[in-house]
Each structure stands twice: as C-alpha cells, then as structure tokens.
Design a protein. Sequence first.
Length: 255
Amino acid sequence: MGRLNRQKKYRKILKYYKINYKIKAPFKVLLDGNFIHASIKNSVIINEKIPKILNDPTCDLLVPNIVLDELEKIGEPVKETLYQAQTFKKHKYGNGSTPSEVILDIIGQTNRNKFVVCTQDVDLRHQLQKIPGVPLIYMNKASFVIEPPSYASNRLTEKQEQKKNEPKRDERRRLQQAMGGKSLSSINKNHNNDNSINPLSKKRKKGSGGGIKQPNPLSMKKKKVKANLGVVNNNNNDDDDDTTTNKKRRKKRRG
C-alpha cells in the first residue's frame, strides 16, 4: 500500500472514531514497554511518528507507572527503553499486577476517557478489540499501523444507528392515540401473523374479482359461432335434399 493510500485510510479510521465515539484531538495515547522497545529497535522516534500519524501535534504520550517498574526490574537489556519511557508523561491510575492488566483497567468496559493504545502485545490487542471504541496502534517493521475498527466497535455503532431511527416517546404516544391505544409492537405482531396465515392475500387483492372466477365472455361467443356453423350445415343438407327430389321428378317426366 502506498504512503498516500495509507494516510487516506488512517484519516478515515480516525474520522470513524471521532463521529461515533467522540475520540478526537488532542489525543491521549497510552504506551506500553513492548511498543517503546520495538520503536528503539527499528530506530523510530515516537515523539515524531505518533503526532504525525494522528495528525495531532498536541497529543499526550502517556506511560503507566507499572511499565516503568517492569523495565527497571528487567534492567540492563532494556536500559535504553527505560530511558526513553521516562521522557513521556506518567499515568498514575490503573490497578493490576502486570502492564496489560493495568491498561485494561484504565480502558474499562467503554473507554470512557477516550484513550488510544499503542502496544505490541498481541494478547492485549485481542482483549482490547472486544471493547467498543478503542483505537489501536502497533508497529510493522519500521512503520506504525492504525488498526481498523473492531467487530465490537462496529456492532455498537449499528445499534446506536438503529436507536436513532426508532420513534421517540412523544411520537410513540401520538401513534398509539391515532391507532386506538394499541401499541406499535402488537400491531406489528398482528400484521406479521396475518401475513403468515394468509400469504396469498396480497395476490388476491390484485385480482379483479377476488372470489369465484366468472366464465370468459369470449369463450361464450366461440360457442355461439359453433352453433351457427351447425345451422349452416343443416341448411346445406336441406339444399342437397331439394336437388335430389328435383332430379327424380325430371326422370319421371322423361319416362
């Protein structure tokens, strides 16, 4: 995928979260240790790349305290990662014994505080995908990738759209009054039952008679034509009888 197409795709994803989940600039971005370590390995500067991919130079880059504690415990192998992590703002909130648990606790069930999460932990990403409205960023080699909206996010968006299209309370009351106090659900049930009992009712309405079929007037005319033909044949027979009697009379006269 070209750079321009990738940027266009990311703008579309961010617009989706802005419209449906009110996640917009200035963004609050949570970073875990794996993501910071991967960026250093690939010589990518997070302070430059994240604001660019989000199109937000004022975004806040946050690191949970437990991430710093974990990097300190690991020690020398991640010394540079720890130094980089200490340059970001610290996020003091969240409960749990591991960075993944703390991040999940910060996000909660609805991502109420509108965070963007950057992580290389595949299991953590899978768990966050089950929560609606959580933008996710990970690294693919030396480039950052914004994940498309998850199934949970799309499902909740569809439900919200359906609620918008449903009639409001005042509209429901007016419709019930106009329909004699019947509820909309009962009317819909009766309508569905009528269609299931007599599915051909609509087809019958389209017909002209709707009941027992009457004989076709054209067929009646054809029968009359046949009768006339019979009369014509009888007349022809009578003419033949007259000719035979005339011949007999002529023979008698000659004899």
